[in-house]
Design a protein around this ligand. Structure first.
Ligand SMILES: CC(C)(COP(=O)(O)OP(=O)(O)OC[C@H]1O[C@@H](n2cnc3c(N)ncnc32)[C@H](O)[C@@H]1OP(=O)(O)O)[C@@H](O)C(=O)NCCC(=O)NCCS
Length: 155
């Protein structure tokens, strides 16, 4: 399995992908991520065949990375593809000095992210946003603090 950075023309793949059970975004979202967030978004593939993707967005001050979507295609799940994608993203964050990775997830995936060191956190949001996220969106906010890479050789 190979993990590579998202390329601009991966837009066409993202736009055609079956995102079930995740929502399919508007094409402009995929376009923006493919054009502008290729450094912190990654694709897993084997012999050119798509296995999975983590789409992420780096915040304006560079300190945080938000995971828009993590998706492994049906038939390739439970084989470490999601783990490899998240490992790659965390390595990127450590190397580039981003200190936090955060995301929203539904209750059934809390265990998945907790086992990867993510904690449910709302302290970086306002109380009003926390209430909206929990009651209207019905999701949980998870965050992992990232330790900076110690050597430039870690790149
Ligand atoms: C969630 C998802 C990305 C996981 O990817 P994956 O490649 O199947 O997962 P991995 O093989 O990397 O799993 C690694 C570990 O997590 C565990 N795990 C997988 N799904 C889990 C879940 N829903 N809850 C708890 N643990 C889970 C596995 O058992 C495995 O444990 P192990 O290392 O002890 O054997 C994948 O199932 C998927 O694409 N689901 C649909 C889309 C989705 O819900 N994305 C998340 C949006 S927040």
């Amino acid at each position: 399995m190979r993990i590579r950075k998202l390329r601009k023309n991966d837009f066409f793949l993202l736009n055609e992908l079956d995102w079930t059970p995740l929502p399919k975004e508007r094409d402009s979202i995929y376009l923006i991520l493919a054009v502008d967030q290729g450094k912190c978004s990654f694709i897993a593939e084997q012999e050119g065949e798509f296995l999975g993707v983590v789409l992420a967005t780096r915040g304006a001050d560079g300190g945080s990375i938000y995971v828009n979507h993590l998706l492994v295609k049906g038939g390739s799940r439970q084989r470490g593809v999601g783990k490899s994608l998240m490992d790659r993203l965390e390595k990127y964050a450590a190397k580039e000095g981003a200190r936090r990775i955060w995301l929203f997830c539904h209750a059934e995936l809390e265990g998945y992210y907790e086992s990867r060191g993510y904690c449910e956190r709302y302290d970086f949001l306002t109380p009003e946003l926390k209430k909206y996220i929990r009651t209207v969106k019905g999701v949980h906010a998870y965050l992992k603090e990232i330790q900076p890479a110690r050597h430039s050789g870690d790149r």
